[in-house]
Design a protein around this ligand. Structure first.
Ligand code: 5RP
Length: 215
């Protein structure tokens, strides 16, 4: 499976143009992308990172990590996903980096998502939907999610996000209206970010294989 991740991630290098500042996601698939980016680092102007984990890996390759406030809009964002539907709508946040990932996706002209074939689904929701919450609102948000969706939120106990928040993973969903659910859950007070990337889906999905498949 990691071979498929590597093949997808390395194909994403095709989208990197000279002088670009590249938005970089988080996770094991993106780790392959960062390693490939390291091999062409002389061609890029730097990266904006979605997590402390990716920042460390970027810096270990000598790639400069820049502040999104200083760079302005980015031409390209490359990130993985936990699930991807036929409309390139995603569940993300398995690595608890969903908030910064969504910010960079929003700031980017092109979002290239790199996945292995097991991430493809017809309907999102088999993978528990991550929701980042302000710690004091954990139970309030969980009750609201049960009432609104019938899903079962489970606290990812022990995990603190890079923003100092907690994560609820919502089990038992079959998400037929991802845009509507993303909007509805985002309105619950205490929700920082919903791990549905439907309002701003990926622009290109690369599914790792020999050869990689593009959606
Ligand atoms: C991190 C994410 C990752 O992109 C997602 O969890 C996929 O990870 P991996 O590439 O390790 O399978 O959303 O918050």
């Amino acid at each position: 499976m990691s071979e498929a991740k590597r093949l997808a991630a390395e194909k994403a290098i095709d989208y990197v143009e000279d002088g670009m500042i590249v938005g970089v996601g988080t996770g094991s698939t993106v780790a392959y992308f960062i390693d490939a980016l390291g091999r062409i680092k002389h061609r890029i102007a730097g990266a904006v990172s979605s997590s402390e984990q990716s920042t460390q890996r970027l810096r270990s390759h000598g790639i400069e990590v820049l502040d999104l406030n200083a760079t302005g809009p980015l031409p390209l964002y490359v990130d993985g996903a936990d699930e991807c539907d036929p409309f390139k709508r995603l569940i993300k946040g398995g690595g608890a980096a969903l908030t910064r990932e969504k910010i960079i996706a929003e700031a980017s002209g092109k979002f290239v998502c790199v996945i292995d074939p097991a991430k493809r689904v017809d309907v999102l929701g088999k993978f528990p939907l991550p929701v980042e919450v302000i710690p004091m609102a954990r139970s309030l948000v969980a009750r609201a999610i049960v009432a609104k969706t019938g899903g079962q939120p489970v606290w990812r106990d022990g995990v603190v996000t890079d923003n100092g928040n907690w994560v609820l993973d919502v089990h038992g969903l079959a998400i037929v209206d991802p845009v509507g659910l993303e909007r509805e859950l985002a309105q619950i007070p205490g929700v920082v970010c919903v791990g549905l990337f439907a309002r701003r889906p990926a622009d290109v999905v690369i599914i790792g294989g020999e050869p990689p498949i593009l959606l």
